[in-house]
Design a protein around this ligand. Structure first.
Ligand SMILES: C[S@@+](CC[C@H](N)C(=O)[O-])C[C@H]1O[C@@H](n2cnc3c(N)ncnc32)[C@H](O)[C@@H]1O
Length: 315
């Protein structure tokens, strides 16, 4: 059965706009709520990872005359590109930094911040193309062999699962020979004995599974799937590493930031869960409230696991 899209559900979530994202962005209120979540996630995650993969650094040093291009696909509120802009300002202000996203509000926000730099650009782009037979694929309106480094972080909710191979094909096409692709994705959320968190997570994962965004009904299972997609792609996967972020009670600002982010995520995933009739609104809301209370207990411990993939386009 093809779970990749369900037009009726998308219309319920996004209104009339033909957007495959499972989080509502159509309409000012939804877009604003999502922008707030993206911004928080962005400010939190960007400083917790290396700014640049070591494989890209030698290219950066050797190419001052030939301006290099760095792209962030589905960049949200642009924090990564803007962090690079700040870092490059002194010695590498010739490097072109570009971010793309479907969320109009987020892009307008990025463009406002980009006014401080002359080498940063943000543009609206829908990376998912619906073909005449209704199947979907990733199509990026970017030239062949035009980028040196592509960065993609946490886009699984945006990606019908059949689209991953076309995302890798598109990145390979766009990267110059030897260019670097870096993908950081959700691996897992672990809680020390917190039954209500598991219950809510099961509900959300069931909805994401029905929406065709995950590779298992119980968790995203995107990490093993990505290993396979890389094996089947022309890329050479040169590095992969897991990172766990401790957000237990008492670990600040991780604890309060992840809780605030989860609160927003609970709201933004609610329409999807209800549209697929995975649970009732009352059950969802009660569990969500109980989960937040459990997270606020003094002895709560949780860890958020992400995995980073670094691959080279050896052409
Ligand atoms: C979880 S957010 C991650 C944002 C950013 N990469 C980060 O890590 O902070 C997923 C992003 O995918 C974007 N998105 C969803 N569907 C999209 C589409 N069809 N085309 C482009 N961007 C899309 C959303 O607007 C959102 O900014």
């Amino acid at each position: 059965m093809d779970f990749d899209h369900n037009e009726e559900v998308h219309r319920q979530i996004q209104g009339e706009e033909d957007i495959s994202y499972v989080i509502p962005v159509a309409g000012k209120l939804n877009a604003g709520l999502e922008r707030q979540r993206l911004n928080m996630q962005d400010l939190f995650l960007t400083p917790r990872f290396d700014h640049l993969p070591s494989q890209f650094v030698p290219r950066l040093k050797s190419a001052k005359e030939d301006p290099q291009v760095v792209l962030d696909i589905a960049c949200g509120t642009g924090g990564y590109i803007l962090a690079l802009a700040k870092e490059f300002q002194k010695d590498y202000s010739h490097i072109q930094l570009k971010g793309y996203d479907i969320n109009r509000e987020a892009i307008a926000y990025c463009q406002e911040l980009a006014r401080n730099y002359n080498n940063v650009e943000f543009a609206e782009m829908n990376i998912i193309e619906r073909l005449p037979d209704q199947s979907m694929r990733v199509t990026l309106d970017i030239d062949d062999n035009s980028a040196d480094y592509m960065f993609i972080r946490l886009i699984f909710a945006a990606m019908p699962k059949s689209c991953w191979p076309s995302l890798l094909q598109e990145c390979y096409r766009i990267l110059k020979p030897g260019g670097v692709l870096r993908i950081i994705e959700q691996a897992t959320m672990l809680y020390e004995h917190c039954p209500v968190a598991h219950e809510l997570s099961e509900i959300q994962h069931k909805a994401l599974w029905l929406a065709g965004r995950t590779f298992s009904e119980y968790e995203t299972a995107l990490v093993p799937a990505l290993f396979r997609f890389f094996r089947e792609s022309p890329f050479t996967l040169v590095e992969q590493k897991a990172k766990f972020i401790d957000f237990s009670s008492g670990v600040e600002p991780e604890h309060s930031t992840v809780i605030q982010n989860l609160q927003l995520l609970i709201r933004t995933l609610r329409p999807l869960t209800l549209a697929y009739h995975v649970t009732t609104a009352e059950y969802y809301d009660t569990r969500a409230e109980q989960m937040i209370k459990a997270f606020e207990e003094k002895d709560f411990s949780g860890a958020w696991g992400l995995n980073e993939f670094i691959a080279l386009a050896l052409k």
